[in-house]
Design a protein around this ligand. Structure first.
Ligand code: HEC
Length: 151
């Protein structure tokens, strides 16, 4: 009765707090897009996605992953399949514009491992990510969130 109902309310409040806390722990956007993507993933992929989201936190300082805002760096919406240096962003280096790269999984992996190694002269000031599993998780997250939405 009264007691049971308030118990249920307390339980469902606890559940939404847990979801919110999981979001806040990543320190980055936790909006409907991310919630929608997470709802389609298996438990194993969720771990990978959340690990990637956490690793993306420093990137967000300079990049918008699924909007069209330019920050210190270009927005990354649609980055898979996008020619390097081709967003409408005034701050590209000549090195990036002239690199001839079309971004895909393996070029992104190499760029994240060593920005200067893949594009000597790039003006992206960010350390490489040395762990292959970290890059794998970040690329998994990126591939899902940067996909241009169909609506
Ligand atoms: C301090 C700011 C900064 C940080 C942090 C940063 N970037 Fe960048 N990023 C840039 C800039 C500036 C460019 C343009 C580089 C150029 O033109 O040489 C760039 C370029 C890129 C590109 C190529 C974009 C294109 O349109 O060709 C990708 C992909 C990218 N960054 C991903 C990342 C990821 C993933 C992270 C986090 C691991 C990250 N960046 C961290 C500033 C940053």
């Amino acid at each position: 009765m009264g007691v049971r109902r308030s118990l249920q309310r307390a339980k469902s409040a606890a559940r939404s707090w847990t979801a919110l806390a999981a979001c806040l722990a990543t320190l980055v956007a936790c909006d409907s897009r991310v919630r929608e993507i997470r709802s389609t993933l298996s438990d194993a992929d969720l771990l990978r996605f959340d690990r990637g989201q956490k690793l993306s936190a420093p990137c967000w300082a300079c990049h918008d992953f699924y909007g069209t805002q330019n920050k210190v760096g270009p927005h990354l919406t649609g980055i898979y399949g996008r020619p390097a240096g081709s967003a409408s962003f005034p701050g590209y280096s000549a090195a990036m514009r002239g690199s001839g790269i079309v971004w895909g999984r393996s070029s992104l992996d190499r760029y994240l491992a060593s920005p200067q190694g893949l594009v000597p002269g790039t003006n992206m000031v960010a350390p490489g990510i040395s762990g292959a599993a970290d890059r794998d998780a970040l690329l998994f997250y990126m591939e899902l969130v940067t996909r241009p939405s169909s609506n």
